[in-house]
Every structure is written in structure tokens, then in C-alpha cells.
Write a protein that binds this ligand. Sequence first.
Ligand code: 13P
Length: 339
Amino acid sequence: MEINEIAKKLVASGKGIMAADRPSPAFNKLLEDEGIPVDAGAYRNWSELLFLAPGLSEYVSGIIMTDEQVRLTGSNGERLIEQVIERGMIPGISPFKGMVDLAGSAGETVGSGLDGLRERLAEYAAMGVGFSKWRSAFQIGPGTPSYYAIEANSYVMAQVAALSQEAGIVPIVEPEVMLLGDHSIDKCFAVTEWVLSRTFEALYVHRVDLEGTLVKASMVLSGNECPEQADVDAVAEQTVKCFRRRIPSAIPGIVFLSGGQSDYHATAHLNAMNANYELPWKLSFSYARALQRAPLQIWRNRAENVPAAQAALYHRAKMNGLASLGLWTAELEAESLAL
Ligand code: 13P
């Protein structure tokens, strides 16, 4: 399939992406932090629970996986990636090998994993992977993000995007402006606008085909410790305004990260944008926490809880699928939960 076709399929009407690419050491740490027992099979069992949740493909077009996950075998002996493809979803890869400190800039980071990436992407493409995702994280604080961090990260994201397209893989470029901090929504707007503008400049320099690229963006929000929190309508208005300025309409779609927002807010904000604005791109989701928080708490690494956890995942996917069409309401949350 042409990359533009894959990109359009990933943001098909009413669908979004599930980001499941937490590496196993971080996943085991999360279980420990939540007081959930960790064992050797936990990562595989959790990945299987997520990928094979009944009905998921009604609302989820693609799943972002780790290198470990694309090689996992399910309990029926068949590779999970094959089963995802059979269910009509597109497997994606996070080829990233973690954040490293940016030399010369205390506290700022850049993603690592460029070495050998061309060969790894070719291998992933042969396995049926249709898209990649690469994240950069920008923390708003005194003097940050710096010009240097924005330039360095933009160039790395653009290199990964160019290499992905060379392999026939759609890049999802993820410049995340983090929610942490006491900054205002206006500050978040200014930083997001700056980061997006440099990201697209780098994509241009690297000859990246925008029609075959998706953006994974953070919303324009008040910092989580800001005393004055912008409401849902203000977040929708500011986010749409910022993206209209800086994201070309050639991009088929923008998929949001949840970034530490509550499940409710991640859905309500997405819905408000789609319900209230005429947009030149599809606006959908690529959530990790806002899809998986609820099922993880139900599962707690007990096999007997798998069906209920999968039902909770399906519910969140459905709510966000509706939000991607502007058709979600708070009442629908309550009704579905009562079932
Ligand atoms: P969150 O939705 O939890 O922010 O994660 C998104 C992400 O980038 C993981 O790949």
C-alpha cells in the first residue's frame, strides 16, 4: 500500500490509534508502582489482552508496539502481530531506544535509536509494520525548551520520518509539549507553535512527503500545576488555532497523545475540537494512558479479569472513536458504564 493510503487508513472516520509501546522494564515498574504483582508472563499477557480485545478494530485502526511486542507469540501459538493484521488493524513500531540527555543542555533530552535504523525499519516493514512513531519531549520551565533542544529534536524526528518513508512506512512525528508545570495555556500555545513550526521546517529540509506523514501532538493546555485551568472550550479553541497556524493541510491527520490528562478530559477535549470546528485534517487519538488506565486497574495481572478489562478498553476506544467524530457526550459515558 502507498504511504498516503496507509496514513488515510490510520485516520479513517471514527477511528484512532492505540499506543501500547511501553517497554517491558517500564511496564513492570508501572505494575510495581500500582501494587500489581509482576511475573515473567505479565508483559506478554497484557499485550495480548490489549491487541486482541474483542471489537477493538471498530474504533482502533492501528497499534503502536515495541520491538519486543512485534516478536511476541500469543497464547494460541500465532504471532500477535499476525493476529492484529488479521483483525484489520495496522501494526506500528516505536523504534526509539529511550531518551538521552542532550549534551550541553542540563535537563533536556533527545531520543536515541538512529544507529542501524534503516535496517531495522526494513525488517519491520517485512513483518507487516505500516507505520512508525518517534517522540520528542519538551518541558516548559525557566529557559526551556531551548532553541537548541527544539532544533536537535526536530532534526532527529525528521531523519526518522525520512528513513521510515524510504522503507514504505508512515512516520508519526511526535513533538510533545509536556503538561507538567505551572505554566499558563498562553505559554503552552507559544511553545507549541514554536515547536510545530521548527518540526515542519525540518521535515521540509529532510524531503519528507507530508501526504504520507501523521503528527502526534499534545493539546494546548494549562500546565497541570497552573492555578487557573483553561476549560474544555478554551483548550479546543487554542489547540485548533495553533494547529491551523502551523500544521499544513497536506497532513492527512493529527492524532493526540493523552499526556497525563484524565480519561474524561482526553475524550472531552478531542470531542470539542471535532464538534465545533471545520478542520483541514482528521483529528483523532493515539492514546496510551487514556485508553489503558481503566483496563489495567481491572486486570491487575489476573487471568479471570481479562474479559472485564477488555470490555473497559473497548469502552474507552468507543468513547474516543465517537469524540473523533464530535459525537461523544458525557451522558454516553454514564450509559455505557451502566450496561
Ligand atoms: P499517552 O497517551 O499516555 O501520553 O502516551 C502517548 C504516547 O506517546 C505513547 O506512545
